[in-house]
Design a binder for this molecule. Structure first.
Ligand SMILES: Nc1ncnc2c1ncn2[C@@H]1O[C@H](COP(=O)(O)OP(=O)(O)OP(=O)(O)O)[C@@H](O)[C@H]1O
Ligand SMILES: [Mg+2]
Length: 363
């Protein structure tokens, strides 16, 4: 087991001027499960491949434990990688696939057999050890790929979208299995996904990347409760946080006809005339139409989920322009399509960002 540090690690691909990964700085703890997440092309695979030694590091350094591995070949880094396509050898049995790396390393046969059997037991693959990959389901193949990494007892596991070939239901059960297996083995893991739900449910901490730049690295809870900027606010959470540009007024900012109190220090930091306020769909209170309070939302679509429902509507929030909003309401009290819903953002649950820089202004 070991810590992993990206120390301002930078990758500039030949022929490109802009770094694919720009001065990435992350300290990963021993035994931690860190998820790298972000939109396509943001540099997740490049970051992982730099750690694996499959991609040159053009500036900065990468350390595993106290070893500087920046220029070490992959085989000397003591890592095991699980890829999206599993890369199983089709002509070998499951047992041979799992033991292959150990065989290459010259480990005695009996010891390989023991390690493969132990891993198969953990992964529920014992009865498939004699089969070829083509006679397995997608989920079973995925577990063989995991098994191949486990038998090597590496210091670090690297996984690049290992669930993307599975159907939606299997993804959910497999992500739980991988997360609990990682916790049991306690091996430091860096896991790449573009799926923010996967990131939030699996990671001890989540690192959000955009255009090769680290936006925030935090626990899933902090990431959700205190997104560091507009990008993270919009990226983490589903349905996404409502983000509305609103004018600054005395004592706060105006959200519809409600004044949302905002920390003075935060506002004085904003040199703009407007700020962008963020409210998650579950952080609105529904008020009665007769209370004269709240923002009038015209209901366009209602998505019923049983326990609760998401109302997709439009409202005049800032200026004269109508703005689309998503509001979570109780499943027992669902408004009609076409009706008007009156809402106020719950105090203490609003986020304020600079419209121009995107930086978080509120606490
Ligand atoms: N071998 C390469 N040569 C040149 N540019 C590359 C190479 N590999 C990746 N890139 C570029 O580097 C950037 C980051 O790519 P990367 O594969 O790391 O993204 P990613 O976050 O893994 O995306 P995805 O979610 O689509 O897998 C992209 O702009 C990509 O086009
Ligand atoms: Mg990728």
């Amino acid at each position: 087991m070991a810590t992993v540090s990206f120390d301002k690690a930078t990758r500039i691909y030949p022929g490109s001027e802009k770094p694919a990964v720009d001065a990435l700085d992350i300290e990963i703890e021993d035994g931690e499960f860190l998820v790298l997440v972000g939109p396509s092309g943001c540099g997740k695979s490049t970051s992982l491949r730099m750690l694996a030694g499959l991609e040159d590091v053009n500036a900065g350094a990468i350390r595993i434990g106290d070893r500087d591995v920046t220029h070490l070949p992959p085989k000397d880094r003591d890592i095991a990688m699980v890829f999206q396509n599993y890369a199983l050898y089709p002509h070998m049995t499951v047992a041979d696939n799992m033991g292959f790396a150990l065989k290459i390393a010259g480990v005695p046969k009996a010891e390989i057999r023991q390690k493969v059997e132990d891993a198969a037991k953990i992964l529920d693959l014992t009865e498939y050890l004699g089969r070829k990959p083509k006679a397995l389901s997608g989920g079973q193949r995925q577990r063989v790929a995991m098994g191949r990494a486990i038998v090597r007892e590496p210091q670090v596991f690297l996984m690049d979208e290992p669930l993307s070939n599975l159907d939606a239901k299997l993804r959910v059960s497999t992500r739980t299995q991988i997360a609990s297996l990682q916790r049991r083995l306690g091996i430091t893991t860096v896991y790449v996904t573009h799926d923010q739900v996967e990131a939030m449910t699996m990671g001890d901490r989540v690192a959000v990347l955009k255009d090769g730049l680290l936006q925030q690295v935090d626990t899933p809870r902090n990431m959700y409760d205190r997104p560091a900027n507009l990008f993270v606010a919009g990226f983490i959470g589903s349905p996404a946080m409502n983000l509305v540009e609103v004018p600054i007024t005395d004592g706060g900012v105006k959200f519809g006809n409600a004044v949302v109190p905002v920390d003075r220090d935060a506002l004085s930091a904003a040199t703009d005339k407007t700020v962008t306020v963020g409210v998650r769909p579950e952080h609105f209170d529904v008020t009665g139409s007769d209370s004269g309070q709240g923002l009038a939302v015209t209901v366009n679509v209602v998505e019923e989920l049983g326990a609760d429902a998401y109302v997709y509507g439009t409202a005049k929030v800032g200026g004269d322009d109508s703005k689309d909003l998503v509001v979570r309401v109780s499943g027992r009290d669902v408004p009609e399509k076409g009706s008007t819903l009156y809402i106020v953002p719950r105090s203490g649950e609003t986020h304020v960002f600079s419209t121009s820089t995107g930086a978080r202004l509120s606490d």
